[in-house]
Design a protein around this ligand. Structure first.
Ligand SMILES: [Zn+2]
Ligand SMILES: [Zn+2]
Length: 666
């Protein structure tokens, strides 16, 4: 619907019912409705002039119409009441009807659930949860409706700082959580898969004084003792992976470094989380609860609280803005003007505050000052539709219809919905319908992320992290770092003194002390024994090859069963560290609802977790990840086997020859 020239100046003075009805019409109805509205205006004026008694009756009728319905189950009555009383949002009632919709959906009454959810959205258009739920419900049934829902949702998120904050802060929390545990799990799996090297280091240290069997036991005890002592997974993993440092590949070393950085940075987590939680606190800087105030009912207590805060924190523009907003809605124009002026001192170029202050001045009748403020707002932000719209209202009031027309046309070009919504509203007689503007999300973000500002949010640990960082984050961090450094130094020292390497034939762990030199090969004790049984070098080679295959088969059995049990471990067996970490992190992210980890940054506006409705989606995703992990492991294993077979071909031909020789000898 395009704005109709010459109609707007009239429309703003039409009675509410008519202009509101007009707003709901489309296209060609505009003229017809305006005519009906004019007729109604004339009739009402005549009636009002002719019958004062009648006016009194109407007044009580109007007061009755503004009474809320008594029945909280009657959605239509509440919608009609909202319409009659011109209330933009009924947040509490919207939540009640939305909860009822969820119950209806669970008991299988889907059409009732959709009706109630739509009602909840209409009762509180800024309430995002029902919008998201409705979109997921309609995704398969009515895709076009779902697309509309998504558009509405995007629009909500774009305008609402608290929604953006909830999404971003919870995403940071979950990503850090998943990253830490994925890296830790991958590192622990790496230690488990390389435990032979670690055991050998221990064995050689104690083997000089103890028998072979006791040595093995002692080595296992040292390996498992830290975990039994309740030091968790992080400390032993840091120490042991550090000791393996000289034997690790580049990618595996990067994994170790990442783990050390994550543990060392742990003390920063409460600081970060505390700052992220700051907007949810009504009693702390930088917002003092102002971020959640946009749709709150303006009460006397709210104004008193904000006035006290403004006196205590004169340099905080949010408190002044909140006070101005609350006072303006409560009709206290003097306080509103003073508060907005204070906010403007801090934010001289904030077009929203300029517009809001202009509105207060316009409401007080200072039209020239108001127009000057709108003009400044337009200079700062040429696309501010509300500044143009409000200017048109002021021009209207001064009967400057040409200027009013220009401004309202510009406003409709910029934001048609705004103009339509405000022309639908009609305030009390003598009042101008002016569009007040809430602060844009970017203003809140800038204050929250301002690095120079101190005292924003006391350090806090989300409940899900308390078990991990229980004792003290500093203690955890310093101990972990020291263990990692000790591990690396010890590993390098031992490796220099007594290098650990792989048996040339079977790949088992050997060192200088236990390996047997056999020409260019260094063999492990069992390979030496096998070779000693053969009479000829050719036959020895055959036996060694058989032995190597047997060892490889049992090793493969272990890695395959591990890969079947834990997604990602197959990748680690083939040194694909980053694939393993991303797989593990994805699994942890999907499994959050089952791990009992709730999003810590919840406000009333919080979008529901996507997984809470349908566990099958999450299960399917987990199954897909598991299969991906297993298939990629099997593919790599097959490739490794093929490569080994190719390398063994010349040997095999010699083997065949040797077997023939052997048979002849027999
Ligand atoms: Zn060997
Ligand atoms: Zn050895």
């Amino acid at each position: 619907m395009r704005p109709v020239k010459g109609l707007h100046p009239l429309m703003t003075f039409l009675p509410s019912g008519w202009s509101r009805a007009h707003a709901r019409q489309r296209g060609s109805h505009a003229f017809a409705c305006a005519r009906v509205a004019l007729l109604a205006l004339v009739l009402i004026l005549l009636a009002a002039a002719g019958a004062p008694a009648c006016a009194a009756v109407r007044k009580t009728a109007a007061a009755a119409a503004r009474q809320p319905p008594a029945d909280l189950r009657d959605l239509d009555a509440w919608l009609a009441y909202q319409d009659r009383a011109h209330i933009t949002a009924l947040p509490a009632e919207a939540r009640i009807f939305y909860r009822r919709a969820l119950t209806a959906w669970k008991s299988g009454e889907s059409s009732e659930a959709v009706r109630l959810t739509r009602g909840a959205i209409e009762l509180d258009p800024s309430y995002a949860a029902p919008q998201l739920k409705l979109t997921t419900w309609l995704l398969l049934r009515e895709p076009s409706q779902a697309v509309l829902g998504l558009t509405a949702l995007y629009d909500l998120v774009r305008r609402d700082f608290l929604l953006q904050h909830g999404i971003a802060a919870n995403a940071v929390f979950f990503l850090l959580y998943a990253l830490f545990f994925a890296v830790l799990a991958a590192a622990a799996l790496l230690v488990a898969l390389r435990h032979q090297e670690l055991l050998h280091m221990w064995e050689e240290r104690f083997g000089t004084r103890l028998t072979a069997v006791t040595t093995r036991w002692w080595a296992w005890i040292y390996l498992l003792l830290p975990m039994v002592l309740g030091l968790g997974l992080a400390f032993p993993t840091l120490l042991f992976l550090g000791m393996l440092w000289p034997l690790l590949r580049v990618r595996e070393r990067l994994l170790f470094i990442t783990l050390v950085i994550l543990v060392a940075a742990a003390p920063l987590a409460p600081v970060l989380m505390g700052r992220l939680a700051a907007p949810l606190r009504a009693d702390g800087p930088p917002f003092f609860g102002v971020a959640a105030m946009q749709n709150e009912p303006a009460t006397m207590e709210q104004r008193q609280r904000l006035a006290a805060l403004a006196a205590r924190h004169p340099s905080n523009p949010f408190v002044h803005f909140g006070l101005g907003w609350s006072a303006r809605r409560g009709g206290d124009l003097g306080t509103a003007e003073a508060a907005y002026r204070k906010a403007l001192e801090r934010w001289p170029d904030n077009d929203r505050v300029l517009v809001d202050l202009g509105n207060v001045l316009a409401a007080k009748g200072s039209f020239d000052q108001a127009l000057a403020l709108y003009q400044r707002a337009i200079e700062v932000a040429p696309n501010n539709a509300a500044a143009h719209f409000n200017a048109s209202q002021v021009h209207n009031r001064r009967f400057d219809y040409q200027a009013a027309n220009q401004e309202v046309t510009r406003a409709s070009e910029l934001d048609f919905e705004l103009v339509r919504a405000f022309q639908a509203e009609t305030p009390a007689p003598g009042e101008l319908p002016l569009a007040d503007q809430w602060l844009p999300p970017v203003t809140f973000w800038r204050a929250l992320l301002d690095r120079t500002a101190s005292g924003i949010g006391a350090p806090a640990i989300p409940p899900a992290w308390r078990g991990l960082l229980e004792l003290s984050v500093w203690w955890f961090s310093v101990t972990g770092f020291l263990l990692a450094v000790t591990g690396v130094l010890l590993g390098i020292h031992w490796q220099r003194r007594l290098p650990v390497r792989a048996c040339s034939n079977c790949g088992r762990v050997v060192c200088r002390r236990c390996a047997e030199r056999r020409r260019e090969m260094a063999l492990c004790p069992s390979c030496t024994m096998v070779a000693a049984r053969a009479a000829s070098p050719e036959f020895a080679r055959v036996l060694l090859l058989q032995h190597a295959r047997r060892v490889e088969r049992s090793r493969r059995l272990v890695t395959t069963s591990l890969a079947t049990l834990i997604p990602g471990s197959g990748q680690i067996a083939f040194h694909r560290v980053f694939g393993a970490v991303s797989l593990l992190a994805s699994c942890i992210l999907i499994a959050f609802p089952w791990l009992g980890v709730a999003p810590p940054f919840t406000s009333d506006q919080q979008l529901a977790m996507p997984a809470d409705g349908n566990p099958w989606v999450a299960l399917a995703a987990l199954g897909f990840l598991y299969l991906t992990s297993l298939m990629s492991y099997l593919r790599r294993a097959a490739r490794a086997d093929a490569a080994r077979a190719a390398a063994a071909v010349p040997v095999r031909s010699r083997v065949a020859q040797a077997t023939r020789l052997e048979r002849e000898a027999a």
